[in-house]
Design a binder for this molecule. Structure first.
Ligand code: PLP
Length: 349
């Protein structure tokens, strides 16, 4: 049985602390004269109210995201990329030099970097040969100090989804927070775990606008979780973690969901073509099944292929030093022309 208890899991100093209270926290109603936040009263260089602090809780933007994702506003945190959300989870739950988290390599590198910067030990449990979490070993890693399990589905760099039954098993047996990172959710037909938030109080789902939406430059990551977890994260975040400019531009971009769907459709079509064409090449030993906007491809000599592609001005990601990814390059699906250039360059080998 799951002994999840949010109060026990939280660092006691975080539970006790009083959050920073901004001028807009203390008064957010209408008024004619605002001289409470030490802002410049005259305006700014651009014909925009950039002299005023932005909404610290990004309510308008959250309402849009809420209707797109079908998740209530109170279950949403927005951050400066998903990377901010990952960092805040460590700050909320992990006592430096005492607590631990479980990672399942090969996976996204930021979990480990964030653990390091927050003085948190990582327990690394290698995935099985078919790139699934090793359930028995993860269960054996459970301890009162083990606060967070990071799962990534579809996984970076392997591209596949984690089996639904495995995630359910983890949510039911892991007594800490179970993070399901869905950065690539738009490229899979598998349903989002946000639909299960009501069922699992320890579930945290991460998504981002950096991939399918084409907004990596703007830095907008989303965390979906119980309203209790979200209010803890809101308490410890930097007061104005998203600029007004970001909120404004992202909000506009979200009105073009059709455009996002068109990007995704193009990427999926190109992905199908690339898998087929790469599979026909002798030098390609294996293409792993993918549910993401990239392909993991195995070569007899990945480094040689990597360097050859560089000579053609093509940069892919060499993942061959990752466990279970020996000989593998990770290739993002580009435009048709970019993909053609890659195929032509590989053909030369
Ligand atoms: C790209 C990626 C992210 C996105 O991070 P942002 O900070 O939102 O740009 C998150 N998780 C995984 C697994 C990724 O591959």
């Amino acid at each position: 049985m799951n002994k999840f208890n949010l109060g026990d899991l939280l660092r006691s100093n975080i539970r006790a602390m009083k959050p920073y209270s901004s001028a807009r926290d203390e008064y957010s109603g209408e008024a004619k004269i605002f001289i409470d936040a030490n802002e410049n009263p005259y305006g700014s260089e651009y014909n925009n109210p950039y002299n005023r602090y932005p909404d610290p809780y990004q309510l308008q933007l959250k309402e849009k995201i809420s209707s797109i994702k079908g998740v209530p506003v109170e279950n949403i945190f927005l951050g400066n990329g998903s990377d901010e959300a990952i960092d805040l989870l460590f700050k909320a739950f992990c006592y430096p030099y005492k607590d631990k988290v479980t990672l399942t390599p090969p996976t996204y590198g930021m979990y480990e970097v964030s653990a390091e910067t927050n003085g948190t030990e990582t327990i690394k449990i290698l995935q099985t040969a078919d790139f699934q979490p090793d359930v028995a070993k993860i269960k054996a890693s459970i301890s009162p100090e083990n606060k967070i399990l990071f799962l990534c589905s579809p996984n970076n760099p392997t591209g596949n989804c984690i089996e639904e039954s495995i995630i359910v098993d983890m949510l039911e047996s892991f007594p800490g927070i179970v993070v399901v990172d869905e950065a690539y959710v738009d490229f899979t037909s598998a349903a989002s775990w946000t639909k299960k938030l009501d069922q699992y109080p320890n579930l945290v789902v991460l998504q981002t606008l950096s991939k399918a939406w084409g907004l990596a430059n703007l830095r907008l990551g989303m965390m979906f979780a119980s309203k209790e977890i979200i209010s803890i994260i809101n308490k410890i975040k930097l007061p104005y973690n998203l600029s007004g400019l970001t909120q404004e531009v992202v909000s506009k971009a979200l009105d073009a969901e059709d455009k996002k769907n068109e990007y995704v459709q193009n990427i999926l079509n190109e992905r199908t073509r690339m898998v087929k064409e790469l599979n026909e090449l002798e030098i390609v030993q294996h293409i792993y099944p993918t549910d993401a906007n990239f392909i993991l491809a195995k070569f007899p000599n990945a480094r040689e292929v990597y360097v050859h592609l560089l000579k053609h001005n093509i940069v892919v990601r060499d993942r061959s030093s990752q466990p279970l990814c020996e000989g593998c390059l990770r290739i993002t699906i580009g435009t048709k022309q970019e993909n053609d250039a890659l195929i032509e360059a590989v053909k030369e080998l």
